[in-house]
Design a binder for this molecule. Structure first.
Ligand code: ZN
Length: 501
């Protein structure tokens, strides 16, 4: 078969596979937002079947033949779109076929049972009940890493590469080293400063009005409600496909800034999905580059825009329009300062911008040691608690608020946590580049978000998976990823908020 015929067959085949995965995503969205409890059994069977069909297609022997014919074709190699699609599909196919079926089945079953065991263990704060499951999961993931890894690659690197192509523990260490020292130093400096009042967070506001408010904000950001929806779920998330992006958020009676932050975060993910190039739908060129890059888009809107003084200049009158007298007492500066309270805490998902990455670092260091066999599972709680005292200056009272707090390891997500911190680093580096190109503060203060969105669309969204994340970063910002823009941003903002030097 000629290269061009093979490429056409390959693209048609993967576009259909992508329809299956988008159908799965929609069913999962429905499961979290609208499905009645009685639908659970049927939904599990629907999702299992779709998952099996996708895996069969990803490992279909015809894929190998088409990919081989494409790789041998010089015309395709000279076409940047075809070359990138072939490279990424080769990567996906190799990954899917390297794992023996028995291991895939053992992982799926163990992860499903371990998740239940984790949920029970967390409720009772009983690490000993989860420890055997963690041991089993580590053992299986060591085997998985051995199937996937190149001869010189470490197990952790092989697993992290699934989420952030090209990421290594060594590179992570280079970013983490300055980050750790300076975040700990910043935390100590801010402790001596003036803590902002949490005023607006204490005010009970009707949830329908909160919803109208956050819809107005993400509408102004440019989230396209003709090609997306916003609903409620217990844990906010974003899923969907081009033309149909589903966001969820949650509301409390008070804590309006939490609802705003979560919604802007998910809308940042949603703008990325809506900004992927339609012409390449169903192929890698219309898929997100990596989880770290995806997270950079949500953090950019949530933090660099939503927690800036300029944003509150625009948003304070909007808040008053939606909540009237209840919001009238809070000035632009009050709201900006409240949005930036720093409080070292036990729980990652509740952490502020200045301490969040310390939570991530602790998990990364521990999982590298667990996978390498350097940290016995039984020693995890003590190691966790020591790290929290060291990095964050907090005492962990029990495992529920300690090493049992996150679902990730019970789902087999080893090597996933760093993508959260990479998201923060990429977001700060994109924000710095944007500031060189545009008068960002002036635009944000006027609520003119379109130029920001267009910049991100042109420099990040439009490329899909055309470039690996490290290369995308250099192309968009002119330099390789560094922790410096993030540290400079935190320092600038928090010394102003806390009025310290
Ligand atoms: Zn996110």
């Amino acid at each position: 078969m000629s290269g061009s015929k093979a490429y056409a067959a390959l693209i048609e085949f993967v576009q259909q596979t992508s329809l299956l995965s988008s159908a799965s995503a929609l069913l999962s969205w429905d499961q979290e937002t609208g499905m009645p409890p009685g639908g659970g059994d049927a939904r599990a069977r629907q999702l299992a079947l779709l998952g099996r069909l996708q895996h069969e297609r990803q490992t279909d022997p015809r894929m190998a033949d088409w990919l081989q014919a494409c790789a041998a074709d010089e015309t395709l190699a000279a076409d940047p779109v075809a070359a990138a699609n072939v490279r990424e599909l080769q990567r996906d196919h190799a990954r899917a076929t390297k794992l023996p079926g028995a291991l895939v089945a053992a992982l799926a079953e163990t992860e499903s049972r371990a998740q239940q065991a984790w949920a029970e263990a967390r409720t009772r704060s009983d690490f000993a009940a989860f420890a055997p499951w963690l041991q089993k999961l580590l053992h299986l993931h060591q085997q998985k890493a051995d199937c996937l890894r190149a001869p010189t690659q470490s197990r952790w690197d092989a697993l992290a590469d699934l989420f952030e192509p090209g990421l290594t523990a060594a590179a992570l260490h280079r970013w983490f080293l300055p980050l750790r020292a300076r975040l700990v130093e910043l935390r100590q400096r801010l402790a001596a400063g003036t803590r902002p009042a949490d005023g607006i967070q204490q005010v009970a506001l009707p949830q329908p009005a909160q919803e109208a408010f956050v819809r107005a904000v993400i509408g102004a950001m440019g989230f396209d409600f003709q090609r997306g929806r916003l609903d409620r779920s217990a844990h906010p998330f974003c899923t969907g496909t081009l033309g149909d992006v589903r966001l969820t958020t949650r509301f409390h009676d008070a804590l309006v800034l939490d609802a705003l932050g979560s919604t802007m975060h998910e809308a940042g993910h949603g703008l990325y999905e809506q900004g992927l190039p339609e012409a390449h739908a169903g192929t890698p060129l219309a898929e997100a580059c990596s989880l770290g890059i995806h997270e950079s888009q949500s953090r950019f809107w949530e933090n660099h825009v939503g927690r800036s003084r300029a944003f509150w200049h625009w948003c304070q009158p909007l808040l008053q329009r939606h909540f009237g007298a209840a919001a009238a007492a809070f000035s632009t500066d009050d709201l900006w300062r409240t949005a930036n309270i720093v409080e070292p805490s036990l729980i990652r998902v509740e952490a502020d911008e200045a301490t969040y990455d310390l939570h991530v670092m602790i998990r990364c260091e521990l999982e590298v040691a667990l996978l390498a066999g350097d940290l016995p599972v039984g020693d995890l709680p003590a190691a966790w608690n020591r790290a929290y005292a060291d990095y964050l200056g907090v005492q962990v009272p029990d495992d529920r608020r300690g090493c049992l707090q996150d679902v990730h390891w019970s789902c087999g997500l080893f090597g996933y946590f760093p993508t959260y911190t990479l998201g923060n680093l990429y977001a700060a580096q994109f924000a710095a580049a944007l500031q060189r190109d545009l008068p960002v503060d002036d635009l944000v203060a006027r609520g003119e978000f379109a130029p920001l969105r267009s910049w991100l669309q042109a420099h990040v969204h439009a490329h899909g998976r055309r470039y690996p994340p490290a290369e995308l970063c250099v192309r968009a910002t002119g330099s390789p990823l560094s922790a410096e823009p993030f540290l400079a941003y935190l320092d600038r903002k928090f010394t102003a908020v806390y009025q310290v030097r």
